[in-house]
Design a protein around this ligand. Structure first.
Ligand code: S3P
Length: 431
């Protein structure tokens, strides 16, 4: 018998979540807004930036390489440097894979040497996927995992077909391509999030997309658009959305959420499962489509998630698996190989979380099968330094018969500071 409640945080069954929840700015857009502002001509005022630890690590790294970054005027005021400077000391990137991979690309374009370090989770994550193409372009690396030393400058453009569906790898190559001689071409067999391409265009860069090919000429100047507004993060909104669906008497609105079609796979899947989710007041926010999401308690049924949809919901499988526990019938998720190299081995972590809570889950090498039914709860979930496992477990506790505890809530601050207060403000019982 596991000891149910350790010293961690505990989430209890709730009788209804109600109200409006303002979730933080999109993590991917926030990283890119900082990186591009930092190398652009002119000043940029970024509002709605995610002030989570991952993004703050990117800001700190850009500061260390010469950018001016200050919190003022109701946002983050950034002053770009034409050429990144040699940082003094190591660049610590915490838990953030996006910082490590995108900054590897960006720094490669400049004649600097930098050492990236990170926490235990980030230090286990594969970097070969970026160092391989960046080495072909002329950068040199010591280490295939963090700590990793990068020496950049004098790059030449390459044509690179992504061996894995990864926006981080695509972005690393494109960012390096900004300072490479010639035209960089990235071919992505499966479409991944396109925030880098969109954001580069906002800074005046000519990025051409033709089907699966993305082309960018080196040597283009970035010019600040002046202001940038970061929309709310659909991957963060996923937690209150699923929580409202699986608890009775719930009605929640989340304003200004980005609904980029390359990020909306969870929402498409939940709607197929029978979720009462409505996108209202669709509008543009700094080049991204946003909507207010209205969600009510729903009777869900299991579905098979098409493998082609995986990239558009790559971070949402832990919380989808939680929703599937409360759906009638089976939910089948395939093509999940990449989940094994996220902040934790998310496939194993999800399977352990659900089986520990008495749910019916089967894990394959690259798949998950969840059969809905009664969920006991009454367990402590190991989060493995993974924010999305921590938040998914707390959502699980809101609908399980007995409370669910997590070993640590510390990592939630990497992507969703204020998550616990926000959920309790809607009526959750997290203590
Ligand atoms: C991200 C891309 C995804 C995602 C990560 C953020 C990005 O990673 O999981 O949270 O900002 O480009 P991969 O591109 O490696 O799948």
């Amino acid at each position: 018998m596991k000891k149910p409640f350790s010293d961690g945080v505990v989430s209890k069954k709730v009788s209804g979540l109600r109200g409006t929840a303002a979730v933080p700015g999109d993590k991917s857009v926030s990283h890119r807004a900082i990186m591009l502002s930092a190398i652009a001509e002119g000043e940029t005022l970024v509002t709605g930036l995610l002030e989570g630890e991952d993004v703050l690590h990117t800001a700190q790294a850009m500061r260390a390489m010469g950018a001016g970054i200050e919190k003022k005027d109701g946002g983050w005021r950034m002053r770009g440097v034409a050429a990144l400077r040699q940082p003094e000391g190591d660049l610590y990137l915490g838990n953030s894979g996006t910082s490590a991979r995108l900054l590897a690309g960006l720094a490669s374009g400049f004649p600097v040497t930098a050492v990236f370090t990170g926490d235990a989770s980030l230090s286990r994550r594969p970097m070969r996927r970026v160092t391989a193409p960046l080495s072909q372009m002329g950068a040199t690396f010591e280490g295939d995992t963090l700590p990793m030393k990068i020496s950049g400058g004098n790059l030449k453009a390459i044509t690179y077909t992504l061996p894995v569906a990864s926006a981080q790898v695509k972005s690393a190559v494109l960012l390096a391509g900004l300072n490479a001689a010639g035209e960089t071409v990235v071919i992505e067999p499966q479409a991944t999030r396109d925030h880098t391409e969109k954001m580069l265009r906002r800074f005046g860069v000519d990025v051409r997309v033709d089907g699966a090919e993305i082309r960018l000429r080196g040597g283009q100047k970035l010019i600040s658009p002046g202001t940038l507004q970061v929309p709310a993060d659909p991957s963060a909104a996923a937690f209150p959305v699923v929580a409202a669906l699986i608890t009775e008497n719930s009605a929640v609105t989340i304003p200004g959420v980005m609904i980029n079609p390359r990020r909306d796979g969870l929402y498409a899947t939940l709607i197929e499962m029978g979720a009462d989710i409505v996108f209202e007041n669709r509008r543009d926010m700094s080049g991204e489509e946003v909507a207010d999401i209205r969600v009510r308690s729903s009777k869900l049924k299991g579905v098979t998630v098409p493998a082609a949809r995986v990239a558009s919901m790559i971070d949402e499988f832990p919380v989808l698996a939680v929703a599937a526990c409360f759906a009638e019938g089976e939910t089948v998720m395939t093509g999940l190989g990449e989940l094994r190299v996220k902040e934790s081995d998310r496939l194993a972590a999800v399977a352990d979380m659900l089986s520990g809570a008495g749910a019916n889950v089967e894990a394959g090498e690259e798949s998950l099968r969840v059969t809905g039914g009664k969920v006991r709860g009454g367990c402590t979930v190991k989060t493995h330094l993974d924010h999305r496992i921590a938040m998914s477990a707390l959502v699980l506790g809101m609908a399980a018969a007995e409370p669910v505890a997590i070993d640590s809530a510390a990592m939630i601050a990497t992507s969703f500071p204020g998550f616990i207060d926000l959920m309790n403000g809607l009526g959750a019982g997290i203590s």
